[in-house]
Design a protein around this ligand. Structure first.
Ligand code: PLP
Length: 398
């Protein structure tokens, strides 16, 4: 979408010129019309937020005697109690972590921006999955870097292709979402995680492991964090967030860094915003201290599993013959490929006409899009609504 605002044009930096506004945000605006059943947004279900627990947490940290501290400036690295609780959780999930290894960020999105500021010069290359998380592509492009897509299949990114592309492009970084990937829902197999760690060690390749969805597993065994595998461990920045586990409005994320990056990232964070919101961090730490997180996650997993299953059950009779789709063991997304000759972007207006929405896959590709692909999110509607939405989608795609 382009328009010429009135008045003189501002001397905007060249690095912004190549960065488009996210087409997904524009699509989401279209899908927010009343009556549309949207499978487009990657939103957690708001009815599953722990309103009560979070309300109590904010009340507690804003109570007399505590409010002064909660409303004051704070340290750049983040609330010590929050860092301790996050470190404990990561350690229990198979990634031994001390609080000093963590920098609290304003969502994991900010961690991407900070890492880009620390690593990337204009013209640098970053290897990314093909397709990849769109806002990560934006963060790298905003730093002037060039994303290089790496071939992926059902099992995630191809480590041999990574090695080949490292030799060809000498990238500064690899960016991966190995568990319940956005947009495809795919998970990198254990074998490939180890192969990728070996490639990283052989080629001294640094990686960002972005893991917002790992806790949302509905089947199978937990995946081994890339950051816990020797070879990768020494050169991986591990990001995660409470956005999908607690609530995205808190804007609490973090990056776990190898020692050499702690000071550079802290300086980048200081320059960006001094520190993340003191009161939000304090309330989140209080919430984590009082909630039974495993029981809360158990509820999320139960509800999301039912929703995923309702969508998977309806898909074979929804999609035109010759379509394919995957069956992720967790996360929020399914990935669909329509038959030869179909274009998911061109079909979207017909879907909106039928009061149903999805996100076309094309914007998630760094260079050459596959126009036949689309992403469906199953988290925000109850099974009955999902069945109704799939019936509408069938009409739109017929
Ligand atoms: C892969 C990935 N990384 C990062 C984010 C950003 O999350 P946050 O809310 O923590 O900024 C998202 C959000 O959807 C995501 O899917």
């Amino acid at each position: 979408m382009s328009f010429s605002p009135p008045g003189p044009s501002a001397p905007v930096a060249a690095r912004l010129r190549g960065v488009a506004s996210s087409p997904v945000r524009e699509i989401l605006a279209l899908t927010e019309k009343p009556g549309v059943l949207s499978f487009a947004g990657g939103l957690p279900a708001p009815e599953l937020f722990d309103h009560e627990g979070l309300g109590e947490a904010f009340a507690a940290v804003l109570a007399p005697g505590r409010a002064g501290r909660s409303l004051q400036y704070s340290t750049t690295e983040g609330d010590p109690e929050l860092r301790r609780r996050v470190a404990d959780r990561l350690s229990r999930r198979g990634l031994p972590t001390g609080p000093e290894e963590l920098l609290i960020t304003s969502g994991s999105q900010q961690a991407l921006t900070l890492i880009a500021a620390v690593f990337l010069e204009p013209g640098d290359r970053v290897l990314v999955e093909d397709p990849s998380y769109l806002a990560a592509l934006q963060a790298f492009q905003l730093a002037g870097a060039i994303p290089i897509p790496v071939p992926c299949d059902e099992d995630g990114i191809d480590p041999d292709a990574v090695e080949r592309l490292v030799a060809e492009h000498r990238p500064k970084l690899l960016y991966v979402v190995p568990t319940f990937h956005n947009p495809t829902g795919r998970t990198l197999t254990e074998e490939r995680r180890r192969a990728l760690a070996e490639v990283m060690e052989r080629t001294n390749l640094w990686a960002i492991e972005d893991d917002p969805y790992g806790e949302l597993r509905y089947a199978g065994e937990p995946s081994t964090p890339l950051a816990a595998i020797p070879g990768a461990a020494e050169r991986t920045l591990a990001l995660s967030t409470l956005s999908k586990v607690a609530a995205p409005g808190l804007r609490i994320g973090w990056v776990r860094t190898p020692p050499s990056l702690r000071t550079p990232l802290t300086i980048a964070k200081q320059a960006a915003d001094l520190h993340s919101s003191t009161v939000d961090q304090a309330a989140t730490a209080h919430w984590l201290a009082h909630v039974d997180l495993d029981a809360h996650l158990g509820r999320l997993r139960h509800v999301y599993r039912e929703r995923r299953d309702a969508m998977l059950e309806a898909l074979p009779s929804t999609l035109p013959e010759g379509s394919t789709f995957n069956r992720p063991d967790g996360g929020m997304f399914l990935w669909v490929r329509l038959p030869e000759g179909r274009d998911a972007t061109a079909l979207l207006p017909r879907a909106i006409e039928q009061q149903v929405a999805y996100v076309p896959g094309a914007p998630f590709y760094a260079t050459t899009p596959d126009p036949r692909t689309l992403r469906l999110s199953f988290t925000t509607h109850a099974p009955d609504e999902i069945r109704e939405g799939m019936a509408r989608l069938k009409v739109a795609l017929a």
